[in-house]
Design a protein around this ligand. Structure first.
Ligand code: ZN
Length: 327
C-alpha cells in the first residue's frame, strides 16, 4: 500500500503535467532562445566569415596608431574637412584619401545630395561649420553612381514597394536635373531616349551619364553655398574686422574662411578630378586645388562660381542689418 504522502505527490505531478504538457515547455524555451539569438544547441549557428574580416581589420587598425586614437579621444575632433559623398561602398572618404581618423566630418547619402529641407544634411553642415570650424566642404560625386543612373532610367512600372519608393523619392531632384539641364551631353542623351518607357541604367562611360554626375555635384555645391548657414557665416566674416576674426581663431572658434569644392571620383582608377566650381567668402581668393580639372566643365563652372558669389554678396548685404551691433 503506498503512503498518503506518496499518493498526493503522484496526483500533483499528474495534474501539473496535464496543465502544462512537456512539449509546450520545450517549445517555449526554444522560441525564447531563437528570438534572443543566444548560442544554444537548439539554434544552428551560421558561419559569417565577412564578420571575422571586420574583427581582423579592426585589430590591425587599432594597432596602426594607438597614440592618435588616444589623442583624438583626449583632445576631441577638429577635422579640417566636411565631406559630403555617396553611400556607395566603393567611395569611402577615409579610404580613397588614405586618411586618418579625425580628418573628415562626414555625411554620405545616395548620390551625395544636399538639401536644406533634409534635416540630416542640414544639421551636418550646421555642426561642421558653426561648431567644428571646418575649413573646406568637399562634395564628392563619382562616375558610375547608381543613384544618378537610376534617375536616368525609366521609372519603375506598376506597384512600387516601400524600399524602391524611398529611393525613387530621394533621387527625384536628379530626375528633374536630368530633365532640365542644358549641358550638351545630357541634352543628347535625353533626346536619344525621349518617349521610351524601358530605359535601362546607362553604362559607366555614357557621356550624358558622366555629365549628369558632374551636374549633380554642382547642384549640391550651389545649394550649400546658398544655404543660410553658409550665407550667414560669410555675412559674419564680411562684417568682422580681421582683428575680431583672429581673436575668434585664437579662442578656438570657427575657422574664418570656409571653402566649398565640387570633386568627382573615378571608380575605375581611383582618380579624383576637380570640377573647378569652388566657392568661398566674397572677396577671398579660392585656394589652388591640387587635383586635375575635369575637361570641358571649367567654363560653365566659372559661371556658377561667379553667380553664387554675386548672389551671396547680395544676400550678405541684405542680412547685415540683422546682425548684432558688435559684429
Ligand atoms: Zn553613388
Amino acid at each position: 500500500m503506498p503512503s498518503l504522502s506518496t499518493l498526493l505527490l503522484a496526483l500533483a505531478t499528474v495534474s501539473l503535467a496535464l496543465a502544462h504538457p512537456v512539449h509546450e515547455h520545450a517549445q517555449a524555451r526554444r522560441d525564447i532562445r531563437i528570438i534572443g539569438q543566444t548560442s544554444s544547441s537548439l539554434v544552428r549557428r551560421q558561419d559569417a566569415p565577412e564578420l571575422q574580416a571586420l574583427v581582423d581589420g579592426n585589430r590591425s587598425f587599432r594597432d596602426a596608431d594607438p597614440a592618435l586614437l588616444k589623442k583624438l579621444a583626449d583632445d576631441g575632433q577638429e577635422p579640417p574637412f566636411l565631406y559630403l559623398g555617396c553611400s556607395d561602398s566603393r567611395v569611402n572618404d577615409g579610404t580613397i584619401f588614405n586618411a586618418k581618423p579625425g580628418t573628415f566630418f562626414s555625411e554620405r547619402n545616395i548620390a551625395n545630395q544636399f538639401h536644406s529641407t533634409d534635416g540630416n544634411t542640414e544639421s551636418v553642415l550646421a555642426y561642421g561649420v558653426s561648431v567644428l570650424g571646418v575649413k573646406h566642404i568637399v562634395v564628392m560625386g563619382h562616375y558610375g553612381c547608381g543613384g544618378v543612373a537610376a534617375a536616368i532610367a525609366s521609372r519603375p512600372i506598376g506597384k512600387v514597394d516601400a524600399a524602391n519608393g524611398a529611393v525613387q523619392n530621394w533621387i527625384e531632384p536628379i530626375r528633374e536635373l536630368f530633365a532640365s539641364s542644358s549641358r550638351p551631353e545630357i541634352v543628347e542623351l535625353r533626346e536619344r531616349i525621349k518617349g521610351r518607357t524601358d530605359v535601362e541604367e546607362p553604362e559607366n562611360n555614357e557621356p550624358g551619364f558622366r555629365a549628369l554626375v558632374e551636374e549633380n555635384v554642382k547642384a549640391s555645391v550651389g545649394r550649400i553655398a546658398q544655404d543660410s548657414i553658409i550665407t550667414n557665416h560669410y555675412s559674419l566674416l564680411a562684417s568682422n574686422s580681421s582683428e575680431t576674426a583672429n581673436e575668434r581663431r585664437a579662442e578656438g572658434g570657427p575657422a574664418a574662411n570656409v571653402f566649398i569644392h565640387g570633386w568627382v571620383y573615378d571608380i575605375e582608377n581611383g582618380e579624383i578630378k576637380d570640377l573647378g566650381i569652388s566657392v568661398g567668402p566674397p572677396g577671398q581668393p579660392i585656394p589652388a586645388i591640387p587635383f586635375a580639372k575635369v575637361a570641358g566643365v571649367a567654363a560653365s563652372a566659372a559661371q556658377t562660381d561667379h553667380t553664387v558669389q554675386v548672389r551671396c554678396e547680395e544676400m550678405c548685404k541684405s542680412k547685415r542689418s540683422f546682425l548684432p551691433a558688435n559684429h
